[in-house]
Design a binder for this molecule. Structure first.
Ligand code: ZN
Length: 146
């Protein structure tokens, strides 16, 4: 694996986008796509950044669930100072949810997921028998293909 970028100029642009080109119009992506194809350095960086994105999503979601669970336990067993603990748990939940939303908005992870879902739907659609395919509305077909 090469640890050097083959084109420092393109590489630095990609780095500033955190190696995410999903926000760029498809017809503008060609140069970057071909750079990813030829540059192992940027490919591995892109993979690393997406792993970070999904880890952040998973962590904040897990954190929100833990706070929700803490709230549920406190609510159920009603120990002393229950109200204080409940407020703390709800606050923690709200904070985790907020961080999760920020991660969703700031990272391309949802776009990557949507692309994967579209790709999956397209694979399924290709395998459907023609009589079933005819019943799928045209609008939905266009959306899967696009
Ligand atoms: Zn590169």
């Amino acid at each position: 694996m090469s640890s050097q970028c083959s084109d420092k100029f393109v590489g630095s642009i990609l780095a500033s986008w955190r190696y995410d080109i999903s926000g760029i119009a498809p017809e503008m992506r060609g140069d970057y796509e071909s750079h990813f194809a030829s540059c192992a350095h940027c490919r591995s960086r892109r993979r690393l950044h997406r792993i970070i994105d999904f880890s952040l999503l998973g962590l904040t979601m897990a954190s929100a669930l833990m706070f929700l669970l803490a709230f549920g336990i406190t609510f159920h067993f009603a120990p002393r100072h229950a109200l204080l603990l409940e407020i703390a748990a709800l606050f923690g939940f709200a904070l985790s949810a907020l961080v999760w939303i920020v991660v969703v908005l700031a990272t391309p992870a949802p776009v990557v997921m949507l692309d994967a879902a579209k790709l999956g739907a397209r694979h399924v659609a290709e395998r459907l028998p023609p009589n079933v395919l005819e019943r799928i509305p045209e609008e939905l077909k266009a959306r899967i293909a696009g």
